[in-house]
Design a protein around this ligand. Structure first.
Ligand code: MN
Length: 198
């Protein structure tokens, strides 16, 4: 198998009451698992595809592999240790790109809340400007900035929040902000910046 479902980095109930164990179990064991299964099946089907099948399978591969990657980052974007603040080089880059951490949070919550249909809000390092950007991704792979590396990912699909927040997407965005794992984000940021400079 090319792709494997990672274990959650914490227990199903670790993020309650912000996210219920029911949401976490469904989201990880059903939704994320389905993207991993479909990604592996698509890789296999591509190996023996007829020419006319390739375009459709490539679209399916982009959708499912991106879905797998985003969900893996999503679990690592949240922490049971609430109310963290960014520090170090990441905090400086956030100030440079957005003005302040609070302004960043407002922009990020806005991106997550205003997704039309299904998608994600991402904090990415964009290597051409060598700056942080907030990106609103359609489904899993639409409108992504080519070459950029996601640092944080917030799922804006209804399955991510509807059990716990119903139609109140703004409340989901606010709660995601409180759970943001800034320690993990800092280490991802340091890694991508050092490899971009190399
Ligand atoms: Mn999801």
């Amino acid at each position: 198998m090319t792709y494997t479902l990672p274990a959650l980095p914490y227990a199903y109930d670790a993020l309650a009451p912000h996210l219920s164990p029911e949401t976490m179990e469904l989201h990880h064991d059903k939704h994320h698992a389905a993207y991993v299964k479909a990604a592996n099946e698509t890789v296999e089907r591509l190996a023996s595809a007829e020419t006319w099948q390739i375009a459709g399978l490539e679209r399916a591969l982009a959708f499912n592999v991106s879905g797998h990657g985003l969900h893996t980052l999503f679990w690592d974007s949240m922490s049971p240790e609430m109310e963290q603040r960014p520090s170090g080089a990441l905090a400086e880059a956030i100030d440079k790109a957005f003005g302040s951490v609070d302004k960043y949070h407002e922009r990020f919550k806005g991106a997550l809340t205003t997704i039309q249909g299904s998608g994600w809000a991402l904090l990415v390092f964009e290597p051409i400007a060598a700056e942080l950007q907030i990106v609103q991704v359609q489904n899993h792979d639409g409108a992504m900035l080519l070459g950029s590396t996601p640092i944080l990912a917030a799922d804006g699909w209804e399955h991510a929040y509807y059990v716990d927040y119903r139609n109140d997407k703004a409340a989901w965005a606010e709660n995601f902000t409180q759970m943001t794992d800034w320690a993990g984000a800092s280490s991802r940021f340091d890694t991508v910046v050092s490899s971009a400079a190399a």
